[in-house]
Design a protein around this ligand. Structure first.
Ligand SMILES: Cc1ncc(COP(=O)(O)O)c(C=O)c1O
Length: 484
């Protein structure tokens, strides 16, 4: 296909039409093949690298041929995130209207930074913040921003926590130099993004207290209080508790009401990591377990998990917009237009670290409008029901044992075979992960619970059925039988 010579990068109308037609065909083909989608394709690293090993292309190539190449090397070899055979980490299957939204939003290429650079996108993001607060029962006054995911959402929440809590020291200007060490508390089950945030914020992981958990992997409240009191006695300044609204290992939900009371008693900030489980609190049957989340000073959420969004999108909520602005606003001549102060225009660049930002909220807005939140909730409920189904299959099978007791959509279990010695069982389960990866039919990863290696299945995908779960166990059995 000929491209227009030199004047612009654009294709002619006719060329664009055929490129889009071909793209549509590729997208439809992905959905047509969902049922058969493998969890993983076991290529050697060197082989994949060789597909892309070429010098910087100075001359362009035919777009239709390029799309064929993309189909062969990228689309058809993709890890099976969309389909029913993905159980690793926390991989939601995305959804179709959000895929379309991402395409449209890149087409108009809005910069969701200043109101007058993307007025509709700014108002949509504000609306999504308000809807999110409503979904989880947080204050309607909440301020918030869309960020890249759960890690960024916790970094944002803890940045605001640090800057607002130490407002009197003006850490925004002075940094942390010369201050007495201050301490952050979380359970030992807390996601590593809290550790990363604490390092990035100059607090240092030596000042992050990872507190023991109870039998259900929830933070041990007595141990927490003892540690806070010991730290105060030793001259530290306890300033923040990170509570879990669904841990990554087992979906454990800390006692958030008591964490809030402890935080209040010591004038500390309460940040809740709801990246994995926060959104599922909208289900009436789980509401009670999340009691206290509404009292948090900041909450991290992840829409590419339980709102089934394509990567990347997370969200930080705080109790009001002012704390975001206080933390992030920096005057700059090239951003002043004299329009900001005297209008109701909300400037997202004044409320977040990034200046240029893509309009992430658009796909959430489109999903909520297209499907309605009730339907999304029904999918969340289905994920929970399928996880309970998996647990029942594991409990009743003689060759599996269940190792976790979750309210959410994670089941940890081991293959135990028949009359195998303990060391053999431990060895098989460790070897199962790489062997299953090589097999490729399903993709599952593991974790350690109290030091013991277990298989961990996470079920956040509106396309799974009971048959998918049966298939998972069948494939594990098949592959395990080669390791006995
Ligand atoms: C509890 C929890 N917090 C934080 C994260 C990090 O989220 P992201 O991968 O979107 O950065 C995850 C991811 O699985 C998580 O489960």
């Amino acid at each position: 296909m000929d491209q227009r010579p030199n004047t612009t990068l654009d294709y002619s109308a006719q060329e664009l039409h055929s490129v889009l037609q071909k793209t549509i065909a590729l997208v439809i083909d992905q959905y047509d093949k969902l049922e058969q989608q493998k969890g993983f394709h076991a290529f050697e690293q060197k082989e994949v690298a060789s597909w892309f090993d070429e010098p910087l292309p100075l001359a362009g190539s035919d777009a239709l041929e390029l799309l064929e190449l993309v189909k062969e090397r990228v689309l058809d070899t993709a890890t099976g995130n969309l389909g029913p055979n993905m159980y690793a980490y926390v991989m939601a299957g995305g959804n179709q209207i959000s895929t379309i939204a991402d395409f449209l939003v890149s087409t108009i290429n809005q910069n969701a930074t200043k109101w007058h650079l993307g007025h509709a996108m700014t108002e949509i993001e504000k609306r999504v913040v308000a809807w999110t607060a409503e979904m989880i029962g947080y204050t309607p006054e909440a301020g918030g921003v869309m960020v890249s995911g759960g890690s960024a959402a916790t970094l944002t929440g803890l940045t605001v926590a640090r800057n607002i809590f130490f407002r009197k020291h003006n850490v925004n200007k002075n940094g942390l130099f010369g201050m007495k060490p201050f301490t952050v508390y979380c359970s030992k089950e807390t996601h590593s993004s809290t550790d990363k945030s604490v390092s990035l914020l100059g607090i240092g992981t030596n000042n992050l207290r990872r507190i023991a958990t109870d039998a259900d992997f929830k933070i041990d409240l007595t141990a927490l209080e003892q540690q806070i009191n010991a730290d105060i006695a030793a001259g530290f300044t306890p300033f923040c508790i990170v509570g879990n609204a669904g841990t990554v290992n087992t979906g454990a939900i800390d006692d958030l009401t008591t964490l809030s009371a402890i935080a209040k008693q010591h004038q500390m900030w309460l940040h809740v990591d709801g990246a994995y489980g926060g959104l599922v609190s909208s289900l009436p049957e789980l509401k009670e377990k999340y009691a206290g989340m509404e009292l948090a000073d900041s909450i991290a959420l992840d829409f590419h998990k339980w709102l089934y969004q394509p990567f990347e999108i997370g969200c930080t909520l705080v109790r009001n917009w002012d704390v975001l602005r206080e933390s992030y606003f920096k005057q700059a001549d090239y951003l002043d237009t004299s329009l900001e102060a005297k209008s109701d225009r909300l400037e997202f660049n004044e409320h977040y670290f990034q200046l240029s930002r893509n309009a992430k909220a658009f796909k959430v807005w489109m999903s909520l409008k297209a499907y309605g939140f009730s339907k999304i909730q029904a999918m969340m409920q289905k994920d929970l029901d399928l996880t309970r189904y998996l647990e029942r299959q594991v409990i009743t099978a003689p060759d599996f044992e269940l190792k976790s007791n979750s309210d959410l959509a994670i089941a940890c279990f081991r293959y135990i075979g028949h009359d195998l010695p303990a060391e053999k069982i431990a060895d098989i389960n460790q070897r199962l992960i790489p062997t299953l990866e090589n097999d490729g039919r399903v993709f599952i990863t593991g974790t350690r619970l109290n030091g013991e290696f277990v298989l961990r299945a996470c079920i956040i995908n509106h396309r799974k059925t009971e048959a998918s779960i049966d298939y998972l166990l069948k494939v594990i059995r098949d592959v395990a039988s080669t390791l006995v």
